[in-house]
Design a protein around this ligand. Sequence first.
Ligand code: HEC
Ligand code: HEC
Length: 360
Amino acid sequence: MSKFLEIALVAAMFATPAAAEAIKLGRPALPEEVAAWDIDVAPRDVGLPEGSGDVTTGEELFVEKCAYCHGDFGEGVDRWPVLAGGQGSLTEPRPVKTIGSYWPYLSTVWDYVHRAMPFPEPQSLSVDETYAITAYLLYVNDIVDEDFVLSKENFASIKLPNEDNFYDDDRDTVEVPRFSVEPCMENCKEKAEIVMRAAVLDVTPEDAAARKAREEAAARAAEGAETGTAAAETATAAAPAESAEGEAAQGAIDPELAARGEKVFKKCKACHQVGEGAKNKTGPHLDGVVGRKAAAVEDFKYSSAMRAAAEDGLVWDAEALHAFLKKPKAFIKGTKMGFSGLKKDSDIDAVIEYLRQFGG
Ligand code: HEC
Ligand code: HEC
């Protein structure tokens, strides 16, 4: 360990001169020693040393010390970093991030080159050499002309093209207040509302034919709702003959969706039967349940909560089913359906589509 390093380390261990004095070990670092370590040049050009350098000198130095890795014009050799170009590429799938296209502050270029380059021999460049090379890097990035001289005096006048896309760290004023308030843990949303269904939003891919059928059916249903029963009846008549009542107004079955629904229905099978000869088990049979009044299976003993909901006019249309299957106990407080609900909206849509196939 060099003598110099030893002194500096001891000085660093005793942050205050008083502490060093009390232990009688080491001595405070001299200003010169601190200055030798204190080489950082920060944005807003804090800490720049006196000096200057021109593009031409910078080019000579660069060709000698840097070009075998970074290319004569900063274009990069093999896979060494590219130092020039790439302007306008930041929004492309493969942005080229260079001093000219990406870096916000010239002081970082100066500091980095002075501190860390050339890669095999860091901190070997003098202050003036660093000014000159920095001037050359500005030149190859089309920011200055070839007769430019960079110095401590004109340094602040150079603005890198991408500076405006950076902003000052504002987390203290923006994020901290937001994250330090008491978090809401209960009834945080004033009113929960289903604004759109996954199938309508089109997040679930489906084949073109199925979509067309669905859209046509939706249009017919809308027409029916607008112009009254007559149109609704027409809609029923226009639908495939084998479809059950009520179902027609909601459109043709999407076979792919229904097939997925059959898989989801495995979660229901322990308690529900559906299809020919379906019987009540723990839960009522579900034949014809889509579009039917709630609690309508004659010989099933529903909970009083379910019967009350039925008396209030609950009908198992797609929307009601969706809400019920999402969270049964939230939709009908006191239901005896011992099932916690289906998490995924797409599973719910699928199982409803599956159930629609079974008429009453
Ligand atoms: C032996 C190859 C080599 C030489 C010679 C070399 N560099 Fe580098 N340079 C690198 C490597 C490797 C990196 C990336 C280092 C890292 O990411 O830690 C780099 C990074 C840089 C960067 C930052 C690039 C970026 O966008 O992140 C600059 C600026 C730079 N070098 C300038 C110079 C200059 C000026 C010289 C000559 C004084 C020089 N380099 C000499 C290999 C080299
Ligand atoms: C652990 C048994 C159980 C499971 C699992 C279960 N259910 Fe139920 N389900 C019931 C019971 C019991 C009722 C009657 C609830 C009541 O009366 O409050 C019911 C009622 C229903 C009703 C209302 C029927 C009507 O006639 O009003 C529908 C619709 C329904 N379940 C669908 C499903 C679907 C779809 C699944 C699977 C995703 C499922 N259930 C899973 C037990 C279950």
